[in-house]
Ligand binder design. Structure first.
Ligand SMILES: Nc1ncnc2c1ncn2[C@@H]1O[C@H](COP(=O)(O)OP(=O)(O)OP(=O)(O)O)[C@@H](O)[C@H]1O
Length: 345
């Protein structure tokens, strides 16, 4: 393409090569074809589709290739886009307890990589909802640089029948067995098991499948790290899945010191307000901290977010307390339960 001058000067082949790690030959062909169709599309006039296309002026640009990479993803390799979606806010320093779990998980990555005696290592991250378990697991997956990292989550299997879900989970493990080093993240295991507290109910088929897969050793020469996340530890204990994981870590809510670190990094409060805001956010999961900051950053009249995130303005502490009050009130006032007395009727 370069020799025939179909490539725009901004196409950086080195960068494309780096971004197409784990693509097979057929998938690379797909990327090129898709990039060409993006370039061709630019030449078409939607007002007059019969207008001839000037073939000589078609140039495939770097943007076309980047769009094509979004369309054609490799069957193998780390699904980096899926993993990055689990940490849309990036990864902030959330204090020593979070850092400790990350370091321990990275040690497990190292163990899987070098130790001949541990072809299968399983680790469970448990903790309250929104405490950052998925983001942590995704970060370990990205930082491991393993050739195969996949996340199995209920959201990617929504509406599917139990047996189809099982087949998909088995497929992810079978694919992992083909790669020398793999990580599988089983996100929100209770959701994968269709757990409902009322009843309680769950899918026995998926539970049995996971139990077998969590104990099955990969073929010779292949190594696998399974990272599970859950906020329903007692349920997992009762179905025996908890025991199938060799190392459990508890991902905690943030304490005042941890929140202070996050607020300092966000730089949205005036220096003298940080301590008070951190104190008010004590014992909250990171997800709720972010949500509150986002709410407060809109300002009383709305539209203040840009100025606040660019550092031109700071969040007013009084408005922040108002937002906090709203959220705390919602949590503390449960939906009223209306009792219907049938006997009286
Ligand atoms: N260290 C971090 N820095 C910045 N944002 C974070 C961090 N950890 C988590 N988050 C953000 O907090 C939110 C909740 O995180 P996450 O989904 O990982 O929690 P969770 O414990 O898995 O929750 P659930 O149990 O409900 O699935 C996400 O939007 C994520 O991007």
């Amino acid at each position: 393409m370069k020799e025939n001058s179909f490539l725009a000067p901004d196409v950086n082949l080195q960068e494309l090569a780096a971004r197409t790690k784990n693509y097979s030959g057929a998938e690379l062909e797909g990327v090129v074809k898709s990039a060409v169709s993006f370039a061709l599309n630019r030449q078409l006039s939607m007002d007059d589709l019969t207008k001839p296309v000037d073939e000589e002026s078609i140039k495939v640009t770097m943007d076309d290739f980047l769009n094509a990479l979004h369309e054609v993803t490799p069957a193998f390799g780390a699904s980096t886009d899926d993993l990055e979606r689990c940490r849309l806010n990036g990864m902030m320093d959330c204090g020593n307890r979070h850092k400790h779990i990350y370091q321990r998980a990275m040690l497990l990555v190292e163990q899987v990589k070098v130790s001949e005696g541990s072809p299968l290592v399983t680790c469970l991250l448990e903790g309250p909802s929104g405490s950052g378990k998925t983001a942590l697991a995704a970060t370990v997956g990205i930082d491991s640089d393993f050739p195969y990292v996949k996340i199995v989550s209920a959201e990617s299997m929504i509406g599917l029948h139990e047996s189809t879900k099982c087949a998909q989970i088995i497929k992810v493990f079978e694919d992992a067995y083909k790669s020398p080093l793999s990580i599988i993240i089983l996100d929100d295991i209770e959701r994968l098991l269709e757990y409902v507290a009322i009843g309680p109910r769950f899918s026995n088929i998926i539970s049995q499948t996971l139990l077998v897969l969590l104990k099955r050793l990969p073929p010779k020469g292949k190594k696998l790290l399974v990272l599970g996340t859950t906020s329903e530890m007692s349920f997992l204990e009762s179905v025996g899945i908890c025991d199938a994981f060799s190392v459990p870590y508890q991902v905690p809510k943030l304490k005042t010191d941890d929140v202070k670190k996050v607020l300092e990094q966000l730089n949205v409060f005036a220096g003298e307000d940080i301590d008070a805001a951190a104190e008010a956010l004590n014992d909250m999961p990171i997800k709720k901290v972010y949500m509150l900051i986002e709410m407060a950053a809109q300002g009383e009249q709305g539209g203040a977010a840009e100025a606040i995130y660019s550092g031109k303005e700071k969040i007013k502490i009084a408005h922040f307390y108002d937002c906090l009050q709203d959220v705390v009130n919602t949590i503390e006032c449960p939906i009223p339960i209306i009792r219907v007395d049938f006997e009286k009727e």
